[in-house]
Design a protein around this ligand. Structure first.
Ligand code: DGL
Length: 271
């Protein structure tokens, strides 16, 4: 048994899709979340910059004595080097493998779409993993550059026709390719899920990278003997690198729990 918390980070709100699923699956676990709201978006930056940010984010979580690190960000997962992460004395996971595995399981036709940030799509991380798992898969990859700012602004539902128009543009090539499975390869995108589902139609299975990664994390805890006390009621603490107000508001709505007073601002550059 290990009572330490699970550490989760993302460039902003997106990793909450993993947190929500972790809380559902593992209610006994404590979670320390870091959202790099002062430096979001990551997905338009260079690989070197993203890797440096991810390293600082990991150091921050490790300073909170977490037992495992979840990189709940497709962009950071695509940029970190496994060698750098191996230097930390604890297990970690990114989103690429768990999400690709879930997509391969779900796809009947092998025509799989990937929607991710520009950095994720250009890194080829999902494409390589999917082809390793299913060499004959036909992949269609699309960068959704404007989607992270939309989510961070809270423009995630039908009250915002601009969000729908942007999504329509990004989803058109994926629909034209006839994918039967679509990877939401950026953890922010599941916040737009209702609109994406509507535009893609019922025949397309959406794979939520946050959800798939949370499921994988549960397996890692068991594998490494790190499960928490089953009688404990897990709590979550949140840290951000910009003001707490907007994060608190959107995160509370998304998690379905008021997290006022549980969000703190930190100076991530000092890590
Ligand atoms: N949630 C991050 C991801 O999964 C968003 C990256 C960004 O900030 O652009 O890719």
């Amino acid at each position: 048994m290990d009572r330490r918390a699970i550490g989760v980070f993302d460039s902003g709100l997106g990793g909450l899709t993993a947190v929500r699923e972790l809380r559902r699956r593992l209610p006994q676990e404590d979670i320390v979340y870091f959202g790099d709201t002062g430096r979001v978006p990551y997905g338009t930056r260079s690989r070197e910059t993203i890797a440096r940010y991810a390293l600082q984010d990991t150091r921050f979580l490790v300073s909170h004595d977490v037992k495992l690190v979840v990189i709940a960000c497709g962009t950071a997962s695509s940029a970190v080097s496994p060698e750098t992460m191996a230097a930390f004395p604890l297990p970690w996971t990114g989103v690429i493998r768990p999400t690709a595995e879930a997509a391969v399981r779900a796809s009947r036709s092998g025509r799989i779409g990937i929607l991710g940030t520009a950095a994720t799509i250009h890194s080829g991380s999902f494409q390589r993993m999917l082809h390793t798992l299913r060499p004959e898969a036909e992949l269609t990859a699309q960068a959704g550059t404007l989607l992270v700012p939309l989510v961070e602004a809270g423009w995630t539902d039908d009250r915002y026709p601009a969000a729908r128009m942007v999504l329509e543009t990004y989803l058109r090539p994926l629909r034209a390719a006839g994918v039967d499975t679509l990877i939401l390869g950026c953890t922010h995108y599941p916040l737009l899920r209702p609109m994406i589902a509507q535009l893609m139609g019922d025949a397309v299975t959406l794979i939520d990278s946050g959800e798939a990664t949370a499921a994988h994390t549960a397996g890692l805890l068991t594998r490494f003997g790190l499960e928490g006390d089953p009688t404990h009621r897990g709590t979550s603490r949140f840290y951000v690198s910009d003001t707490v107000d907007r994060f608190t508001e959107i995160a509370s709505a998304f998690l379905g729990a008021d997290i006022t007073g549980r969000v703190e601002q930190v100076d991530i550059e000092s890590y």
